[in-house]
Write a protein that binds this ligand. Structure first.
Ligand SMILES: *Cc1c(COP(=O)(O)O)cnc(C)c1O
Length: 409
């Protein structure tokens, strides 16, 4: 069976983890701090906080900005549930909007959805392909948008406009007009979950890039406290002899990254541009070239003059396939020992969100993309031969399901 996205764990990672295990310090400490500095240098943002997940990062930044009951947060209907769940956790209302043909949030739809209650926009860089950040950044700065903005907290007043909190779970390393994700807008949150491009098993990072008058380093320090119980000293500081006394300055959360996780991330980052991205890019290009001549294949966008994906996913679409036909195609692909996936079941279609009144009928583009989408395996270690096996399996499954019936007529 060709797997979908197994982690690439080799001796170098094992050695780095063992080094941490033997070091006498396994939770947040020197390796996490080093990882944060290297992430900041890579992305070109102002300051970076590592946490135990992207979900935690998204939620803590909504809470930091004071998002609460009565507020609205705009996000694409085509995303993973985590993007919406964190808005619910804060008691605010998720306002889903439709996406464009590139699977990313439709900026015109965002504009129409803005109200006096809108506090945050959460774009999602689907499959690793960056959203149109110039358009999003310009939209929140427009006079008609800022005139509508109604700040309720100190941070909201300081920013004076809607915050852009990017769900960059897929897009670490992606480029937009010469800049890396993380440096493209106010705040971007990366995921280092096991299936993501760069992994720490579980984990995530908040890339801070707020404009003046915000002090991103001061905010980093405040977030360290907020994500560790609201305790004014972290565990490492407390181990210094005699330095036992601490205070709780707020009822904080528990979201920190451990040095065991960071040690995996340090190795991943050290070879991200030299090994990981090139390997993923090669697979994506192989699929794109292979399917270029199949008239039923819709190739996802991954590179333009201005944008380059992080090659996280290859969301192939089967032109003309209904949801049932797509599911039948998947069953035939899996029967040929190839693992595939669907990214994602749009959030308004899931049980909980449809139960509270959202309807996929309101997001026709999202549904049209979802109904015929099949995500193909992309991972470091997928061989050329396996890649061709995937292509063959997809092609024959599509032929059987979409074209068999027609020839029988
Ligand atoms: C994986 C993912 C997340 C959640 O990341 P975690 O690190 O698992 O919390 C959020 N949004 C999207 C789009 C994702 O794919």
């Amino acid at each position: 069976m060709i797997p979908f996205a197994p982690p690439h764990i080799d001796q170098q990672i094992i050695d780095e983890v063992v080094d941490t295990l033997r070091s006498g310090w396994i939770t947040t400490g020197p390796k996490t701090k080093k990882f944060e500095k290297l992430l900041t240098a890579y992305c070109g943002n102002q300051s970076t906080l590592c946490l135990n997940s992207a979900t935690a990062g998204l939620e803590i930044m909504l809470r930091w900005f004071g998002v609460q009951e009565g507020d609205e947060v705009i996000l694409p209907a085509y995303t993973y549930s985590a993007t919406a769940n964190v808005i619910m956790h804060c008691g605010a209302k998720p306002v889903f909007v439709d996406v464009g043909p590139d699977f990313n949030i439709d900026v015109a739809a965002v504009k129409s959805a803005i109200t006096a209650k809108t506090k945050v926009i959460m774009p999602v860089d689907f499959a690793g392909f960056p959203c149109d950040y110039d358009a999003l950044n310009a939209l929140v700065a427009l006079k008609e948008t800022t005139d509508l903005f109604t700040p309720n907290t100190f941070e909201q007043t300081q920013l004076g406009r809607i915050l852009i909190l990017s769900d960059a779970a897929h897009s670490f390393g992606a480029m937009y007009k010469g800049k890396h994700t993380g440096a493209l807008t106010d705040i971007s949150v990366f995921s280092f979950h096991a299936v993501k491009n760069l992994t720490t098993a579980e984990g995530g990072a908040v890339a801070l890039n707020l404009p003046a008058p915000f002090d991103n380093d001061a905010l980093y320090a405040a977030l360290c406290v907020k994500t560790l119980h609201g305790q004014n000293k972290d565990a490492l500081a407390k181990t210094k002899p005699g330095n036992w006394r601490y205070d709780i300055v707020e009822p904080g959360y528990k979201m920190n990254m451990t040095d065991i996780m960071a040690s995996i991330g340090l190795v991943e980052l050290s070879r991200y541009d030299t090994t990981i991205l090139p390997a993923r890019k090669q697979i994506v290009e192989y699929y794109a070239n292979a399917f270029a001549t199949d008239e039923w294949a819709i190739i996802p966008p991954y590179k333009t003059n201005d944008l380059e994906s992080s090659y996280h996913l290859f969301p192939l679409r089967i032109k003309g396939a209904s949801e049932e036909q797509r599911d039948a195609i998947i069953a035939k692909i899996v029967a040929q020992q190839v693992s595939v996936n669907v990214h994602f079941i749009p959030v308004p279609m899931t049980g909980y969100y449809s139960g509270i009144g959202y309807s996929i009928g309101d997001y026709p583009r999202t549904y049209s993309l979802y109904q015929n989408e099949i995500t193909l395996p992309v991972f470091v270690g997928l061989t050329r031969e396996q890649t061709q096996t995937v292509v063959n399996a997809v092609r024959s499954a599509v032929m059987e399901v979409l074209y068999q019936n027609e020839t029988a007529h």
